[in-house]
Design a protein around this ligand. Structure first.
Ligand code: ADP
Ligand code: MG
Length: 675
């Protein structure tokens, strides 16, 4: 029997080299491996006959290879093609940059191929298919094969094998008391790990998810409970009054604040001058203008002789905020500094010094600002933008850098009020519902492959009239490298389609951060027409001149997430458009798309709980984008969340302490924000 605390090397087949690769994913122990959940499952259907190929999309066929593969070059890429046939007809298979394919397929032999079926220049092709020998494939039919996120050098198979062994051979201490399991109808932890890593059918995945999601919420609420108990209620808040500078800024804005903005600003100002510690959440739909509220509150803080900080989840967003703040506040002699991980060591030291000695008034940064090395002279206000991207722990860590600082959380995740109250505990909530008055509602459209030409022509027209566009690229997600490759491939095709006068750039997670910053700068200043991107772009970015967003494979995203992405446009006075491109067109997908295309109201969309989804689509479809949970989703899983909250309220202190202890023996704190 293995134990959860043992090193992964205790698993048969994992040596030093593989262990090192696992550690790159943050997995060192058997317990941590068990908590490395797949993000989707592959399932394998019986092959189709070639003549039955009709609907574009992923297909599996079985056929004999006619001739040896041929490879040729187009532009910078090699293209390898193979023709296969079965009793009903023949079809061409096509691979890019994979000349080694010729070593894998032999003429006259029968294989199974699985790839994307499409029609290109009148010819039927299956693009980039995977190759299976016939017996190998037969074994896979009707099995749910987990798909894990990987790192370079680590194969899907290695992870699958390791997880399977770990699931079967590890002694697992269940931290949930049996009574709780009985009462809430939950399976054991061991069964849950088995159900998620090595499921026998869809039902076992569902049961496993229910248990593991319950656990995530439960520990979250237990932690929150402990946090609230410790809070010294009596501590006085630092007195911060509204300043003339803030008034002056408001008067000079090129727009008038909306009613809701004014109300929220009033609530914040009251809190901060009340003598109590502010704990306020601003929930405002995308584009409702939350940033200016952060700016005004921070200005008041500085004018009261203190420092404030603004945290953002990505470097791109932190930088954007920094530039805006600098532009707005330089005239008033307020000193803003940017603190992200990717700056030169010498520069960083200077920034640390300026924060410590009080030269820096407003610190704008990413998680880097939470680093131990950062200490403030007098931190009085922490603003956390896109707060759902931060964990409770990180919120705590930044607050500890001041003496009972005020806290302002900002979020565009539209969580229904009852659930917000659970998630944020003792927070006061301001809601900004109205969008600035001069905005035209975004026009939405659901499109499929057949309309692609038309969609591109439309984008072209918008660009030629001086606007800009975002294209969110299909996800691959298995690892960053594949994601990057998919976006790059796609961009090549786009560049071929649009003429050279249209400037197109790519943005994805693998780019160095100075490259990312440079691209964002050029997009902001209008030098790039089309920004093709993975979902890096989904939060916060503000380029009012961008009026179109095309979201590829829209069916792969949660509705709330689609709404977030759509929020990148409709930020200026001009009419904006959002196009949801779907790869497959089932009735279910159509229904979901109609919900998001039929409304621009984030709260309404989040309320449309999608209960009909099976475990197959479960993982990719995250609603809230909330990063404090691994499997759980605060918008989607509201039912389980209520149960976990009720359970957490009832568990006594001793039981809770014991549970945390056992939990720690399975997975340690690091890497998992919640616990
Ligand atoms: P979000 O709430 O999504 O963070 P931002 O704060 O980025 O939104 O604001 C979106 C855009 O709207 C910005 O360009 C901002 O300058 C502008 N804006 C904010 N408030 C108003 C207003 N009252 N009237 C017009 N434009 C506004
Ligand atoms: Mg924002």
């Amino acid at each position: 029997m293995l134990s959860t605390q043992e090193n992964v090397k205790a698993i048969k087949g994992i040596g030093d080299k593989t262990a090192l690769l696992f550690s790159k994913l943050g997995i060192n122990t058997v317990g941590e491996l068990l908590c490395h959940y797949p993000f989707r499952y592959e399932s394998f259907s019986y092959p189709l006959s070639i003549s039955a190929l009709k609907e574009k999309g992923e297909v599996t066929v079985q056929g004999y290879v006619n001739r040896a593969p041929s490879t040729f070059r187009i532009g910078g890429r090699t293209v390898t093609t193979v023709n296969i046939k079965d009793d009903s007809g023949s079809v061409t298979l096509k691979w890019f940059n994979s000349p080694y394919i010729k070593n894998y397929v032999k003429p006259g032999t029968l294989y199974v191929f699985r790839g994307i079926y499409t029609v290109s220049k009148g010819q039927n092709v299956i693009v980039q298919p995977k190759i299976y020998n016939v017996n190998e494939y037969r074994e896979l039919i009707n099995v749910l094969l987990p798909v894990y996120s990987l790192t370079e050098g680590l194969s899907q198979n290695t992870v699958r094998k390791a997880c399977k062994i770990a699931v079967n051979d590890t002694k697992i201490n269940d931290y949930l008391p049996s009574k709780v399991k009985e009462e809430y109808g939950l399976i054991t932890l061991k069964e849950a790990y088995k159900g998620i890593h090595n499921p026998s059918d869809e039902e076992s995945v569902t049961g496993a998810l229910r248990r593991l999601i319950f656990d995530e919420f439960l520990f979250f609420f237990l932690r929150l409970k402990a946090l609230n108990n410790n809070e010294s209620e009596a501590a006085p808040g630092i007195l911060i009054n509204s300043s003339e500078t803030a008034e002056d800024i408001i008067n000079r804005l090129p727009f008038r604040l909306t009613e809701d903005q004014l109300t929220a600003y009033g609530e914040i100002s009251d809190d901060m001058s009340s003598g109590k510690i502010m704990q306020r959440l601003i929930q405002g739909d995308v584009g409702s203008g939350k940033t200016i509220l952060a700016l005004l509150s921070l200005v008041n803080t500085v004018k009261a002789g203190c420092q404030g900080c603004l945290l953002a989840p990505t470097e791109v967003l932190a930088k954007q905020h920094f530039q805006y703040f600098e532009k707005m506040l330089k005239p008033y002699g307020i000193n803003c500094v940017l603190l992200v991980s990717n700056i030169k060591a010498s520069e960083k030291r200077a920034v640390y010094d300026s924060i410590k000695n009080g030269e820096a008034d407003i610190i704008i940064g990413t998680h880097a600002a939470i680093s131990e090395k950062v200490s403030f002279k007098k931190l009085a206000l922490c603003v956390i933008d896109e707060q759902h991207r931060f964990g409770v722990r990180q919120r705590e860590a930044i607050m500890l850098k001041g003496e009972n600082p005020h806290v302002l959380l900002m979020s565009a995740t539209p969580i229904p009020r009852t659930y917000a109250l659970m998630l944020y505990g003792n927070m006061d909530v301001s809601v900004i519902k109205t969008k600035p008055g001069d905005r035209l509602p975004i026009k939405n459209c659901v499109a499929d492959e057949n309309m692609r030409e038309k969609v591109y022509r439309f984008i072209y027209k918008e660009i030629k009239s001086g606007h800009q566009a975002y294209i969110i690229c299909p996800l691959v997600e298995e690892n960053e490298k594949l994601n990057a490759a998919a976006v790059t491939n796609y961009t090549d095709i786009l560049r071929e389609y649009f003429e050279e006068t249209v400037s197109i750039e790519i943005m994805h997670g693998r780019l160095k951060s100075d490259v990312k910053n440079d691209i964002m700068d050029r997009f902001s200043s209008g030098k790039i027409d089309i920004l093709v991107s993975t979902t890096v772009i989904e939060v916060g970015v503000n380029v009012p001149n961008a009026t179109v967003i095309l979201i590829e494979n829209a069916e792969k995203f949660g509705l709330a997430q689609l709404h977030q992405m759509r929020g990148r446009v409709g930020r200026g006075g001009d009419q904006s458009y959002c196009i949801f491109m779907t790869g497959k067109n089932s009735e279910k997908i159509k229904q979901r798309m109609d919900v998001v295309a039929g409304s621009n109201d984030g709260f309404y969309i989040a309320g449309q709980d999608m209960t009909t989804r099976g475990p197959g689509d479960f993982f990719g479809v995250r609603q809230s984008g909330d990063r404090q949970f691994v499997l759980a989703d605060a918008v989607r899983d509201t039912g389980i969340m209520s149960l976990a909250k009720e359970c957490a309220d009832r568990l006594d202190c001793d039981t809770t302490t014991k549970m945390f202890e056992i939990k720690k023996s399975i997975v340690t704190d690091s890497g998992y924000m919640v616990y």
